[in-house]
Design a protein around this ligand. Structure first.
Ligand SMILES: C[S@@+](CC[C@H](N)C(=O)[O-])C[C@H]1O[C@@H](n2cnc3c(N)ncnc32)[C@H](O)[C@@H]1O
Length: 182
């Protein structure tokens, strides 16, 4: 079966993460991904720059009686301010804007890249960084181009990079998985 991008990425995370692991949701938005991660991990660090996103995620977690998430209203590029001594098994970046909100408040490559670089340093061997990329959305194409050229430049000995996409559909969302090999 061909999975849509979110089920695909959730499945990859489920294969990777155990209930002993620390994980990051780099863009918590409305909290769907944070809730998913809270159910497979020991603890989730969930970031978003928007107050509304933090509130929406907190509300979702409260309704589901979830207590293993640390909510952080800050840019994910400052991840090292909040996570100092923990090894990270997985990080998820569902890029773009907060659904139902201002479409111009989007993730941008300079901060996404800083976050990826910092998380790579704390990632355990066999850990993954997963990104869902919306090429057709505001600012999406630019971020996508920069991301693709960055991941192409990673050493294949240190990292496996997988791209999952609808090859025959222009501007369809796609997934990048960066797996740390050593
Ligand atoms: C597509 S939404 C995330 C969807 C979310 N994972 C969910 O399950 O509902 C992207 C989110 O990224 C947030 N964002 C944009 N720039 C950010 C940054 N530099 N750091 C953290 N979050 C950011 C936006 O505010 C928005 O809520």
């Amino acid at each position: 079966m061909i999975k849509k991008v979110i089920p695909f990425v959730h499945n990859k995370l489920k294969e990777t993460v155990t209930n002993e692991d620390y994980v990051i949701d780099g863009t918590c938005g409305n909290g769907y991904d944070t809730l998913f991660l809270s159910r497979i991990a020991k603890k989730v660090f969930a970031f978003d720059i928007q107050e509304l996103a933090i509130k929406n995620t907190e509300e979702r977690l409260r309704r589901n009686k979830v207590y293993n998430v640390k909510m952080i209203q800050d840019s994910h590029e400052n991840v090292d301010k909040y996570i100092k001594d923990k090894e990270i098994k997985a990080a998820l970046f569902n890029l773009g804007h907060l659904p139902g909100s201002d479409k111009r408040v989007v993730t941008k490559w300079p901060s996404t890249m800083k976050a990826i670089q910092k998380i790579k340093n704390n990632l355990v061997v066999n850990g993954i960084i997963a990104l869902v990329v919306y090429v057709g959305k505001f600012g999406g194409e630019e971020e996508s181009n920069e991301l693709l050229s960055y991941v192409r430049s990673l050493s294949h000995e240190e990292y496996n990079v997988i791209k999952y996409s609808y090859f025959n559909k222009e501007k369809a969302p796609y997934v990048i998985i960066i797996k740390k090999n050593k």
